[in-house]
Design a protein around this ligand. Structure first.
Ligand code: TYM
Length: 334
């Protein structure tokens, strides 16, 4: 098993990242058998597809790495690195640009969402981004890619690119990666709007819980989270047309490591005035210690940088044979 996944080092790690992706990363790392590899990276090249401040990018990368370690990623067992330090990602991207079709990229919903109405002035990088993401996983022959629901379409594209490449060049260079979408929290929604994804790019900080938020801020944000006036039902089916209620109960269940039905069995008949403080307690109990570990790790940023450099050296070794095989397959042997 080779597990590969990444996260963009833009802004803070939020609860959607944590429940949708990072918790799965840690679980897979902890379940790793001899001969398996887990590679987790900060997708700093992806961050270049939107406006960035160079100083912020460098410090966000270190901070995000600390957040991952604080969340349970163990750099002695998993390979933790930043994408820019493994040039094979970029080199393979260019080769795959010859295989990916414009029609396929035109279907990517994330580009449409991120570019909005102003498509003509979006960067080429924002458009071509899913090809880099395909290279990220294909270069390691990833078998499993734990992600939130919003990245599934990109991984289907990676599989299409791998299949076409293998067919066009009569080769079996690439393994088809399997997306693993969290069952507990595939899509954590905004605290202000139960129909919009919780996201780093939402202008309202109240829409998300950041892993850097104080216990007080977490409790305040959950207290003010949009909900409704009904009491909680006794089955998950009763949440069907209540997006905000469903989101808050799902967050509770994912944080507590239990099911939505189990949460409802305990809280059916209660209104949000009673449920929200209970949710805040669970959230603070999980996120408070992560924040504290992260703060301690950031006392020594150089040590975090050294962890990333060590991880990059291992990743470069693992990426080299696949890049070479892809170069050979297309005739770049000389
Ligand atoms: P990014 O940085 O937006 O998010 C990192 C991970 O968090 C998940 N996620 C969510 N899950 C549930 N609910 C949410 N509200 C939520 N918001 C984010 C994402 O699905 C993701 O798993 N393109 C990727 C980074 C990337 C990558 C890769 C991932 C680059 N190369 C290769 C996997 C494999 C991204 O922008 O994720």
């Amino acid at each position: 098993m080779r597990v590969v996944s990444g996260i963009q080092p833009t802004g803070n790690l939020h609860l959607g990242n944590y429940l949708g992706a990072i918790k799965q990363w840690v679980a897979m790392q902890d379940a790793m058998a001899a001969g398996d590899d887990c590679l987790f990276f900060l997708a700093d090249l992806h961050a270049l597809t939107v406006a960035i401040d160079p100083r912020e990018l460098a410090s966000n990368t270190i901070e995000m790495a600390a957040a991952l370690v604080a969340s349970g990623i163990d750099p002695d067992r998993a390979i933790l690195f930043n994408q820019a330090r493994v040039p094979a990602h970029s080199e393979l991207t260019w080769i795959l640009n010859g295989t990916a079709r414009i029609g396929w990229l035109n279907r990517m919903t994330q580009f449409k969402d991120k570019a909005g109405k102003n498509r003509e002035s979006a960067s080429i990088g924002l458009y071509a981004y899913p090809v880099l993401m395909a290279a990220d996983v294909l270069v390691y022959n990833a078998s499993h890619v734990p992600v939130g629901d919003d990245q599934k379409q990109h991984l289907e594209l990676a599989r299409d690119i791998a299949t076409k490449f293998n067919t066009d060049f009569g080769s079996d260079v690439f393994v088809l990666p399997e997306p693993l979408v969290s069952k507990a929290a595939p899509r954590v929604m905004s605290l202000r709007d139960g129909t919009a994804k919780m996201s780093k790019s939402d202008p309202s900080d109240a829409s998300r819980i950041n892993l850097t938020d104080s216990d007080d801020a977490i409790a305040q944000k959950l207290k003010k989270a949009k909900s409704d006036a009904d009491v909680l039902p006794d089955t998950a089916a009763g949440l069907a047309d209540r997006p905000e209620a469903r989101n808050l109960v799902t967050i509770y269940a994912a944080l507590a490591g239990t099911s939505v039905d189990a949460v409802l069995a305990d809280h059916a008949g209660k209104g949000f005035g009673a449920f929200k403080p209970a949710l805040a307690d669970v959230a603070v109990a999980t996120l408070g210690p992560i924040r504290e570990r992260m703060t301690a790790l950031l006392d020594d940023r150089a040590a975090m940088g050294a962890i990333l450099e060590k991880g990059a050296a291992k990743a470069r070794t693992l990426a080299a044979p696949t890049l070479r095989a892809a170069q050979d397959a297309v005739g770049l042997q000389v």
